[in-house]
Design a protein around this ligand. Structure first.
Ligand SMILES: *Cc1c(COP(=O)(O)O)cnc(C)c1O
Length: 385
């Protein structure tokens, strides 16, 4: 089976993990701060909180910006469910933003209309969650203009997009948004098995996320509410969670980050190679990178005629090609439909019904790519609707 994505683990990763396993700290050790610092230097963010998943990172982001029951949060319609679940944990009401039918990224004009309408009704969202789908950056400058006009918090779900650039700046730099979250799940750009991170340039948001990531407990004498306490003393100041990343995972993260340039280069080479292998005009290939806007190419999402998509999915899997669908629109899940009769969105439906993620990962071989392309084209030629 050729998977659609998989981790790249080398001997140096094994060695990094082994070193922690024989050290005094399996968790809460020195690798966590180092990993956070390294991600800050890489992305240009001022502050980072390493956590045990991107889902936790999203939850902490929503806590830090103070989401309360029935606050409105706008979320890209095409994403993994965690992008909106994080606001549901705090009782927010979700509205979904329609997406561009070719990229699956949120449609900024649609967002602007939603905001215009919400403003007239006196019901503006407290936050917008923008997803860089497949690693291709959304139009952050335009969304920032809307943020400045309507005053919402902008959270970037960059689970796919570590290493991507928007107008020359790294995703995660925080130039346009309040918080950016990352995922280190095995299929993502770098991995810590499970893991994630919150990035921000706002010290107050940072401190809140940091505090909540570890039970809301404070140890530092200078930050205690109760002064002149005995040496053993620590205190809980907010209702937090155990969302900590372990030292073991952080060491793996550091060793993975050492290789990110190589990972991204391979992904970008594959994204340039695929178009040379497809000739069938029924297949729409993903939009290419432009000057300054470089996708991290987490996914290679082709678009095929709607009537062929499920047939291709089934036939390719039967032939050992691990294609995937990213994603069913979030509003279509039974849980979301049980909350509210969300209507289908035009762009999201079109994108979803035609999208197919084909294999892309750093170690993917050219022969396998050729096999993937020939198999897809052969199946399309044989399709009898
Ligand atoms: C993977 C993913 C998440 C969740 O990441 P975890 O680290 O698995 O919690 C969130 N958003 C998007 C867009 C993702 O792809």
């Amino acid at each position: 089976m050729i998977p659609y994505s998989t981790q790249t683990i080398d001997n140096d990763d094994l060695e990094a993990v082994r070193e922690v396993l024989t050290s005094p700290y399996l968790t809460c050790g020195p690798n966590i701060t180092e990993f956070e610092d390294r991600i800050c230097s890489y992305t240009g963010a001022n502050f980072a909180v390493g956590v045990n998943s991107c889902t936790s990172a999203l939850h902490l982001a929503m806590c830090a910006i103070g989401i309360k029951p029935h606050d409105k949060v706008f979320v890209s319609a095409i994403s993994f469910v965690a992008s909106s679940n994080c606001a549901r944990y705090l009782g927010a009401d979700i509205e979904f933003i329609d997406v561009d039918k070719d990229t699956g990224n949120l449609n900024v004009d649609y967002l602007e209309q939603m905001l215009f309408k919400a403003d007239r009704e006196g019901n503006l969202p407290k936050a917008v969650v923008a997803v860089h789908l497949s690693g291709r950056p959304v139009d952050l400058a335009k969304i920032k203009d809307l943020k400045d006009k309507y005053g919402f918090y902008l959270i970037e779900d960059a689970a796919h997009a570590l290493g991507a650039t928007y107008q020359g700046s790294m995703i995660g730099s925080g130039k346009y948004s309040d918080i950016t979250v990352l995922s280190f799940h095995p299929v993502k750009i770098i991995t810590t098995a499970e893991g994630g991170m919150c990035l921000t340039n706002d010290e107050k948001l940072y401190k809140t996320m940091k505090l909540l990531s570890s039970h809301g407990v404070v140890h530092d004498k200078d930050d205690l509410v109760n002064k002149d306490m005995p040496a053993y003393y620590y205190e809980m100041q907010s209702l937090g969670f155990n969302y900590r990343l372990s030292d073991l995972q952080a060491a793996l993260g550091i060793s993975q980050l050492d290789k990110i340039d190589d990972f991204l280069q391979k992904r970008r080479e594959i994204a340039k190679e695929y178009p040379t292998l497809f000739t069938n005009s029924e297949i729409k290939l993903p939009v290419k990178d432009t000057e300054g806007n470089l996708s991290s190419w987490h996914l290679y999402q082709i678009k095929v005629p709607h009537k062929m998509r499920d047939y291709l999915y089934k036939s390719l899997r039967a032939r050992g090609i691990g294609v995937q669908i990213h994603y069913l629109p979030i509003y279509a899940h039974p849980y979301y439909q049980s909350l509210k009769a969300y209507s289908p969105l035009e762009g999201a439906e079109d994108f979803f019904k035609g999208t197919l993620s084909i294999p892309l990962y750093p170690k993917l071989k050219k022969l396998d790519m050729q096999m993937v392309a020939t198999t897809i084209e052969g199946l399309i030629d044989n399709f009898k609707g």
